[in-house]
Design a protein around this ligand. Structure first.
Ligand code: ADP
Ligand code: MG
Length: 548
């Protein structure tokens, strides 16, 4: 038997591990299982390269819980380790020393829960850990490593029939919760649902004679080929919908999805869903799950993707998103920034495409989409630049217009004396019904703008289009707008004057023509001898203003 000291400079790193990871002890299971997945993946790679000639056999990773004995075991049939490898990979912790570790991460509360310590995170929950391992190499001697949370370990030969590694945790008293089946089940579901190697937790149960009994079939807890890893062309709409229900069992059906797939300049796959966004959108944020090679990292993507994208649901998986780093590191990571930019662009592309190729459907969805798009427009410049392609305005009659289309509708009849196009809107069509009626009677159109972001959205539009103005339909200025409209009729362009002159002249007595000079600027409808009816006059003015 070999005895030795784990290669760290301080007496005992384990209290430090506990201290720094206290809020997220549960990640130990993710770390141990991802090591098991790594070991299995390595073996498969060796096999396909011809460096391992043996049978791969059943590669299922097994999680076993001894509830009474408070013992949890994770077993794999991966590459295993030789004694030398245990010395190298397990005993030589990657830290140059706990002191340095302290210095580096002190005062960074953000790291808690996002900084995994890999194998050593087992000591957050276990008072003793054993590694029983046998390398895939021919004739390898199995070894058993044991450590009780002091820097002292033991390493000795042992009997193990199968290739691979068993990690055995003797749960600490203060971690008794991890000795409960339901807790482990929940953790497996959270962290391991989509890992690429089958993971079994006990046996499948079946209902027999009024009670559940175990079958001899493994209870596989994960889906090794998650939908986002498959080709979009091979996926049906139903499968997308089903996957959504699996991720968010309580949510309404989404409006549509985007399948992300990029391999340059970074690797990323994923499926994003557009949920129907209600007015209380703050509580709907942060539903995207972030994965790194099918290993769950976090479902709090705030600060990682632009804020408006946190309203989307779904999965993003990128091996370029590091597993074990702090949030502040993620935020400044250049890959993560590129990923954000990419997703923003993809979302804009998809919206533009949906609008262009299915406008009626897009219009149907608009009321549920609007908040998301407005949020993107007002908060993310790059998105705002694109949004003109797929932003709609809706009027009180339920008609939808693009920004350009709407300008065409109102610019003739709703331009004020400063040449600004006046957008009348209502934020409460029911309460403002009479104002809307009055505006309609004057020939004006009224928009419905009733989302909680509308004020920001209006400010954005007014800022972008210096000749636009938004006026609420119940503002007293609407009356003024009408006055201005009349004044406007009197401030005619030369072309309009030329058109209008014969209209007036035709109405004058023949002998008066030579004496009468039409002075438009000074014209006062009340005083001038207008012979045509006022209605007819207004109609012609309107026609001409379109010409002008
Ligand atoms: P990381 O996984 O980031 O390398 P860990 O602390 O999780 O760091 O693991 C340290 C090393 O121990 C691994 O790189 C691997 O070489 C070895 N190891 C851990 N678990 C296993 C396992 N189940 N099978 C084979 N090797 C393992
Ligand atoms: Mg690891």
């Amino acid at each position: 038997m070999q005895k030795g000291k784990i290669g760290v400079t301080t007496e005992n790193i384990f209290p430090i591990i506990k201290k720094f990871l206290y809020s997220d002890h549960e990640i130990f299971l993710r770390e141990l299982i991802s090591n098991a997945v790594d070991a299995t993946t390595k073996l498969k790679a060796l096999s396909s390269m011809g460096e391992f000639g043996g049978e791969l056999g059943d590669l299922t990773i097994r999680v076993e819980l001894d509830e009474k004995g408070k013992k949890l075991t994770v077993s794999d049939r991966g590459v295993g380790m030789t004694e030398e490898e245990v010395n190298k990979y397990i005993n030589q912790i990657a830290f140059s020393g706990a002191e340095e570790f302290m210095k580096k991460y002190e005062n960074q509360s953000g790291i808690i829960g996002h900084f995994g310590l890999g194998f050593y995170s087992a000591f957050m929950v276990a008072s003793k850990v054993e590694v029983i391992t046998k390398s895939y190499r021919e004739g390898a001697q199995a070894v058993k490593w044991a450590c009780d949370g002091t820097p002292d370990f033991t390493l000795e030969p042992t009997d193990k029939a199968e290739r691979g590694t068993d990690i055995v945790l003797y749960l600490a008293e203060d971690s008794a919760e991890f000795g409960e089946k339901t807790r482990i089940e929940a953790l497996l579901k959270k962290y391991c649902s989509f890992l690429p190697v089958p993971i079994a937790f006990g046996k499948e149960q079946k209902w027999e004679d009024g009670k559940y009994v175990a079958t001899d079939k493994d209870n596989i807890i994960n889906d090794t080929h998650p939908l986002w890893m498959r080709k979009p062309t091979e996926i049906t709409e139903d499968q997308y919908a089903e996957f959504y229900r699996k991720l968010y069992p309580m949510a309404d059906e989404p409006l549509f999805h985007i399948h992300l797939n990029v391999d340059y300049p970074f690797n990323l796959t994923g499926i994003l869903y557009f949920p129907k966004i209600k007015n209380n959108f703050e509580i709907q944020k942060n539903k995207i799950q972030l994965y790194s090679n099918q290993v769950y990292v976090t479902d709090s993507v705030e600060g990682i993707v632009p804020d408006f994208l946190t309203l989307l649901h779904g999965v993003i998986d990128s091996p370029d998103i590091p597993l074990n780093v702090s949030r502040s590191y993620l935020q400044s990571d250049s890959n993560v920034k590129k990923i954000s930019g990419y997703i923003t662009k993809k979302v804009a592309d998809r919206l533009a495409d949906l609008f262009k190729n299915g406008r009626p459907d897009y219009e149907n969805k608009w009321d549920d989409l609007k908040l998301f798009i407005q949020y993107g427009i007002v908060s993310e410049e790059k998105f705002g630049e694109r949004a003109g392609e797929f932003t709609l305005l809706k009027n009180t009659e339920g008609k939808y217009f693009t920004l350009d289309e709407y300008t065409e509708v109102v610019k003739g009849s709703q331009t004020d004396k400063n040449g600004k196009i006046v957008h009348l809107y209502s934020n409460d069509p029911v309460a403002q019904h009479s104002f809307i009626e009055a505006a309609h009677a004057k020939g004006y159109d009224v928009l419905v703008m009733d989302s909680p972001l509308e004020a920001h959205f209006i400010a954005f539009l007014e800022n972008k289009h210096s000749d636009w103005r938004f006026t609420r339909v119940d503002a007293d200025t609407v009356e003024k707008l009408i006055e201005k409209d009349e004044q406007l009729a009197m401030a005619l362009t030369t072309a309009q004057q030329q058109l209008l002159t014969p209209v007036f002249e035709s109405q004058l007595p023949t002998d008066a023509k030579s004496h009468f000079h039409v002075q438009f600027e000074a014209m006062d409808p009340a005083a001038a001898p207008i012979i045509i009816t006022q209605g007819e006059f207004m109609r012609r003015m309107k026609d001409m203003s379109k010409v002008g």
